[in-house]
Ligand binder design. Structure first.
Ligand code: PAF
Length: 283
């Protein structure tokens, strides 16, 4: 595996691959890799002969009060993990390579509507930062396929919408959330949890499973179910920003007859914010 930090060097590699008709899959990450990321890489390897993993902690998707400055950097361990996973290239550009004109004055990509609900209500500029950097990475790597985790379900939908609306020649592949044995969705931010917080964190997944069970059993008072779940989370010590049942395809509130739903939630445990989601299927 080669570690590359410049777009010019990256393009030399991808050009050679493209000339040999070798499809390229991109796995965009912010590093601090865990088994959830490695599953994305594994998936990419299974569907494309060439795999690029990017590691870039993107300042544009963090608000000033968020954890950009303290975001865990583990480049040595990440490099070892990616070598083990047999990625072809680790692309780890610096800030000036990604934002040559500075972060504040860059052109940006916006996916209206989807960017301002749920996570977007609590992190207003977050998704504009995500779509801008993902569009940039797509232009730098020019992948045939890009792989994203369902753990960030809203992000996945927004990237799909961006690719569709801008006619980007890339196929977006989704990979199921990887969980710890106790159900907690793997996330780099789990490292922030103190022992007692880590002990209650799996209750988030449990609450979502309870919502799923109720709705799949025929409960139609979605607001009531969301309210009860939010109350239970609060009592446990997981302060919910939202618990919301939405349509899988576009995150709109469900209407009668919708059968593919998803319940999404974000909770705060002291300084740490966790998100998760579970799909619901009504037969
Ligand atoms: O999901 C992430 O790690 C980031 O939002 C992404 C897609 C790498 C963009 O910075």
């Amino acid at each position: 595996m080669e570690t590359i930090t410049t777009i010019a060097e990256l393009r030399a590699h991808t050009k050679a691959w493209r000339m040999r008709d070798e499809a390229i899959a991109l796995v965009p990450t912010m590093g601090n890799l865990h088994d959830g990321h490695l599953k994305l890489v594994q998936h990419a390897k299974a569907i494309a002969p060439r795999v690029v993993v990017s590691i870039f902690v993107n300042p544009m998707q963090f608000a000033p009060n968020e954890d950009y400055e303290s975001y865990p950097l583990t480049m040595g361990l990440d490099t070892e993990a990616l070598m083990e996973a047999d990625a072809d290239v680790l692309f780890a550009p610096g800030i000036s390579e990604v934002y040559p004109g500075g972060v504040k004055h860059t052109a940006s990509v916006v996916v209206p509507g989807l960017n301002s609900m749920l996570e977007g209500e609590h992190r207003p500029s977050h998704f504009n930062g995500v779509t801008t950097v993902v569009a940039k990475l797509f232009n730098m790597v020019q992948p045939d396929i890009a792989v994203f985790g369902e753990k960030d379900y809203q992000q996945l939908l927004i990237v799909e919408r961006m690719a569709r609306d801008l006619n980007l020649p890339v196929r977006i592949e989704a990979v199921e959330t990887v969980r710890e044995e106790d159900g907690l969705a793997m996330s780099s931010r789990n490292n922030y949890l103190q022992v007692a917080e880590r002990a209650i964190a799996p209750q988030l997944y449990q609450a979502l499973l309870d919502v799923k069970a109720l709705v799949e059993a025929g409960e139609t008072d979605f607001q009531g179910v969301e309210h009860v779940a939010a109350q239970q989370l609060t009592e446990i010590g997981l302060a919910p920003d939202y618990v919301s049942i939405r349509r899988q395809s576009d995150l709109a509130p469900p209407t009668a007859g919708d059968t593919r739903l998803v319940v999404l939630a974000a909770v705060r445990i002291e300084a740490t914010r966790l998100i998760d989601n579970v799909k619901i299927s009504i037969t």
